[in-house]
Design a protein around this ligand. Structure first.
Ligand SMILES: Nc1ncnc2c1ncn2[C@@H]1O[C@H](COP(=O)(O)OP(=O)(O)OP(=O)(O)O)[C@@H](O)[C@H]1O
Ligand SMILES: [Mg+2]
Length: 178
């Protein structure tokens, strides 16, 4: 690796990643080209009711980003701005799919700026192919045994099958035998 004569540019891409989708992957791939190090940080949010544990989410992220040498996987449960200082990172990466995302992200970025003005948030516009895609949508489809192969990496597809394999569709009024 070429020697750096400056501090490495470290960015953090925080999120739930429950589980990682091809929409997230697109942002990770693009952002990893813009920084020396990109830390994908799983938010350990106690108020959400996740499908995958933090360890499972980290393992899936590590597996699907193994071809990207400057991407690290981590998790945190602190305030994001405190975690940024701890990691000596100055840039938060977030993705925008819609006006609704924009409004929410603007509030988040403004709050983080208020808490620590050394931290900058940058936004990457969604790849139009994935503008409708979220982890929630993926879980909804997978819970009904629908095809998610275009929406998530194959490791994630397998993990979803495993999670939902005991869900009996006849319990929810759908006859899966047809
Ligand atoms: N398809 C996508 N294209 C661009 N950005 C995305 C996409 N999906 C998620 N992101 C961005 O990734 C970041 C982390 O998102 P998050 O973990 O909430 O994922 P999510 O798919 O929205 O999950 P959930 O359905 O649980 O809210 C956010 O900035 C979000 O806007
Ligand atoms: Mg979301």
């Amino acid at each position: 690796m070429e020697l750096l004569h400056r501090a490495p540019r470290i960015a953090v891409y925080p999120g739930s990643f429950d589980p990682v989708t091809k929409g997230h992957m697109d942002i990770i791939q693009r952002a990893s080209k813009q920084f020396d190090v990109l830390i994908v940080a799983v938010l350990n949010n106690l108020s959400k009711n996740p499908l995958f544990t933090v360890e499972e989410r980290k393992k899936l992220l590590a597996s699907v980003t193994s071809h990207l040498p400057n991407v690290e996987i981590d998790s945190f449960r602190d305030l994001l701005v405190n975690y940024m200082v701890y990691k000596q990172a100055h840039v938060i990466v977030r993705g925008i799919r819609s006006v609704t995302d924009f409004e929410y992200e603007l509030q988040l970025a403004s709050t983080n700026h208020k808490l620590n003005s050394d931290v900058e948030t940058i936004f990457m516009m969604t790849n139009p192919k994935y503008s409708y895609l979220s982890s929630s949508v993926v879980k909804e489809i997978a819970s009904f045994h629908g095809d998610v192969s275009d929406l998530v990496p194959s490791e994630v597809e397998q993990a979803l099958k495993q999670k939902y394999k005991n869900v009996n569709l006849s319990n929810v009024g759908i006859d899966s035998s047809k």
